[in-house]
Design a protein around this ligand. Sequence first.
Ligand code: TMP
Ligand code: ASP
Length: 240
Amino acid sequence: MIRGEKLYEGKAKVVYATDDPDVYLQDFKDSATAFDGKKKGTIGDKGRVNNIMSAQLFALLEEAGVKTHFLGLESDTAMRIHRLDMFQVEFVVRNIVAGSLSKRIGYPEGTPLKNPPIVEYYYKSDDLGDPLLCSAHLDELQVVSPEDLSEATVMSKSVNSVLQEFFAARGITLVDFKLEFGKDAAGVVRLGDEISPDTCRLWDSATNEKLDKDRFRRDMGGVEDAYAEVLRRVTGPESA
Ligand code: TMP
Ligand code: ASP
């Protein structure tokens, strides 16, 4: 596919136009940021890991009836995707307490939720630092319609069920993750963005060892090895 104009460069990906107006290329980078870009670094081979892993998980979700933006792999670090008009909301799905939820409600990391999953909404706004939104804020902002919000919420829970089972069979606990949705040219709501150790908390089921971007955020070391291990388990046979 012809790689056209660079349309957008984010912290972890570059999006290019193609010769088809409804198809974009999404190219994953090794660069990593955290805390609204205040922490910067590079994770070796991350672009390839996140591309190959996202491709496999999008294909799995499509098989399970969840519509995604994935069209096919283009290279080691790039995939073809449907052009979507993205909702300005991030959907965070949580099964176990970690990260900002632990700080917000005071439960220690690792506490199972009483009635999982929780779905939270965050406003995609770099200027505001992606704040958590409650439903009254969503009503006021009107960045996503109530129908689209409820459809994407149902889809988020389906994604959780599919991925929890998939990861469990590979010895990984799916703690939480962030999703982004948008509408294609036909008005169909699709899952976009990526599903990777950048956007999920993944813990080894036997040891609770962190196998995700928290190793980078928290300066724990072993970041590249953790990403490589997740890719090995995702692309390899079931182990548990
Ligand atoms: P949090 O506990 O920091 O709110 O993160 C929840 C999940 O969302 C976690 O799996 C990491 C992911 N996430 C992103 O993908 N991008 C972000 O900018 C943030 C803050 C979290
Ligand atoms: N990617 C986000 C940032 O750079 C945050 C994160 O993943 O922790 O701010």
